[in-house]
Design a protein around this ligand. Structure first.
Ligand code: UDP
Ligand code: MN
Length: 587
């Protein structure tokens, strides 16, 4: 019996021994596996790190420490070759791309917010996270990189779900740069390429379709966000999910990348459908920096609920390339149950190109591109402006000859969402607009030739405008209906207009240029004193200058106004004397 037990015990002990050795081997085996995995991971990490730092070195080798820091103008003692390179890059892209490469993508910016904005607190856990959607076509890599870097460093991590970066058919793909972005921003940036350019509207819609967060923030590819930009921008959407918000758009200088304070904006469009700014209403100005209504957004920078954007149908699918999309979306928002608020506590810098640089987004000839853009404007006018479209077509007759395409879907959407008429928009959001831009235009002040009284053979002639500087030429024989190059109108809006072009002054009123009419008064604001025969530039009484004929050179200059100077005397082919008597009434 005893022996029996002993034999049994022995077997149990043997079994236990076997199990113990097995566990030890198993433990050693898993330890080995873990070590191998660790070794693998660390070799991948160090490979990634190496690649990042190599690529970083390539992309940042040119960076000059502290250049443009705090958003100051990036200045240096450049050699003449460097200056030449800058000019060349500016002619190619409309901004100083050479300099951009030398400014750190992580440069610091001065905090320009109103002091009360800095005191506002937003509970991060209550705010929704966002998907930022950026589309680009042939953007300069260093500029794009600064956009992304500023987003990463100035957005609370909790709120930034993803950046969806859509390459809208840029002409070439820079693999190295793409790898660099992927490594530098890891999972934060989702970079997608649309191989054939679809235009900014459809690229944005495609980006929005990939988005996972409840709120979308659309940005241009050449911006820098500032400290605290996102929280105040999304807070109003939390209150009302049909609110769309826009930040104050600051200016990044195209020559030296200085970051400058932008003005609060109350956007609108005039009867030619050009984007304009209306002054803030008094109560809005007093309540600054509280959010205020923004009738028409500037277009490139806004936040909107993802579902609300989808319900509005995104952008009209018939809009191509670029242009008019900000008017379409803004009107749709307001008329179909939403609103747009500008949030002055949120500031984002936008790189505006040189005003003389005409951006081209296709290889098509200039005219074809213009037609594409005009078609966008016509689509928006046809669908959203009701009877007021006739007013636009009277001012911009070229729109009426452009084939507009099918509008059925847009009209159906307007019905489905019970959108209000355009008249509601005018009456509720911008009654002051109608005072500045009445539906029935008052008569113009004068028209026909502008003839020098001291050299009566000479008239202002727009065909004689080397470098945009107008000159004088022999007068047409018909002074009231002269050849188009000499036909000028002193319009009821106080422009000196010939076709789409206007006379303007630059360099504190010293020089006269001939440039596209911008409808913003300012440097294109003119008066005619029919008693003293003076043509006077400028709104500000202290800074007015008078047009002067330089008969010896056929030149046109300005001088301090002096009614005794015959060179400053002019007359128009036709003068509406009744209107001219009132010209100073509203001054
Ligand atoms: N863009 C695009 N596809 C196009 C044209 C433009 O993705 O076919 C992008 C462009 O790169 C920019 C944004 O759309 O990021 C807005 O264009 P842009 O900055 O020229 O407009 P602006 O600021 O001059 O109104
Ligand atoms: Mn832009």
């Amino acid at each position: 019996m005893c022996l029996e037990i002993w034999r049994h015990k022995k077997r149990v002990l043997l079994l236990l021994l076997l199990m113990a050795t097995g566990s030890i081997f198993y433990y050693l085996y898993t330890l080995k596996l873990e070590r191998e995995r660790d070794a693998n991971v660390s070799s991948t990490t160090s490979r990634l790190e190496r690649e990042v730092s190599e690529l970083q070195a390539v992309f940042e080798s040119k960076v000059i420490p502290n250049l443009g820091a705090l958003g100051r103008p990036a200045r240096g003692n450049w050699t003449s070759e460097e200056m030449e390179a800058m000019e060349k890059s500016q002619l190619e892209t409309g901004y100083n791309a050479w300099l951009s490469k030398r400014i750190s993508p992580e440069r610091t910016l001065y905090d320009m917010r109103h002091r009360s904005c800095k005191k506002l607190e937003y509970p991060l856990e209550k705010l929704p996270s966002v998907s930022v959607v950026i589309t680009y076509h042939n953007e300069e890599p260093s500029v794009l990189l600064r956009t992304l870097s500023s987003l990463r460093s100035r957005t609370p991590f909790l709120l930034l779900r993803e950046i969806i970066l859509m390459d809208d058919g840029s002409s070439s793909v820079d693999e190295k740069f793409n790898n660099f972005l992927q490594i530098k921003f890891l999972n934060m940036v989702k970079h997608r390429r649309i191989t054939t350019q679809v235009g900014l509207m459809q690229a944005r819609v495609a980006g929005a379709q990939l988005a996972l967060a409840d709120v979308l923030v659309f940005l241009d590819s050449h911006v820098e966000v500032t400290h605290g930009w996102l929280e105040p921008l999304i807070a109003p959407i939390l209150k009302n999910n049909r609110t769309c918000t826009t930040p104050i758009i600051d200016t990044i200088d195209y020559e030296n990348f200085a970051y400058r304070r932008g003005k609060p904006s109350r956007g609108f469009f005039n009867w030619e459908m050009n984007y304009i700014q209306l002054p803030l209403l008094k109560k809005e100005a007093v309540a600054m920096p509280a959010p205020h209504q923004n009738p028409i957004m500037n277009g490139g920078l806004f936040a909107i609920g993802r579902q609300w954007f989808a319900k509005l149908g995104g952008y009209d699918k018939g809009l191509k390339l670029w242009g008019a999309e900000q008017i379409e979306l803004s009107l749709k928002l307001w008329l179909c149950g939403g609103e747009i608020l500008e949030v002055p506590c949120s500031r984002v810098g936008h790189l505006y190109r040189d005003g003389n640089f005409k951006i081209r987004y296709t290889d098509k000839d200039k005219n074809a591109e213009k037609k594409l853009i005009s078609r966008n404007y016509r689509r928006v006018a046809e669908v959203w402006l009701d009877e007021f479209k006739d007013k636009v077509f009277a001012n911009a007759p070229h729109l009426t000859v452009i084939p507009v395409g099918n509008l059925a879907e847009q009209r159906e959407l307007k019905k489905r969402l019970h959108c209000k008429p355009f008249k509601w928009f005018l009456n509720n959001l911008a009654w002051d607009f109608l005072n500045l831009y009445p539906v029935l235009d008052p008569e113009d002040y004068a028209s026909g030739v502008i003839q020098s009284t001291s050299s009566p053979k000479l008239c202002l002639d727009r065909s004689e405008s080397p470098n945009g500087r107008p000159k004088l030429a022999n007068c047409s024989s018909d002074r009231v209906f002269p050849k188009p190059e000499q036909h000028w109108i002193l319009t009821n809006r106080r422009e000196l207009r010939s076709g789409f072009m206007c006379l303007e002054v630059r360099n504190s009123g010293q020089d006269v240029y001939f440039y596209q009419c911008h409808g913003q008064r300012g440097n294109q604001y003119w008066s005619f004193d029919s008693k003293l025969h003076l043509i006077i530039s400028g709104q500000d009484k202290g800074a007015r200058r008078c047009l002067e004929a330089q008969a010896e050179t056929n030149g046109l200059t300005t001088g301090d106004c002096d009614p005794q100077k015959p060179k400053q005397h002019w007359k128009f082919g036709h003068q509406n004397n009744q209107r001219l008597q009132q010209i100073w009434d509203r001054d």
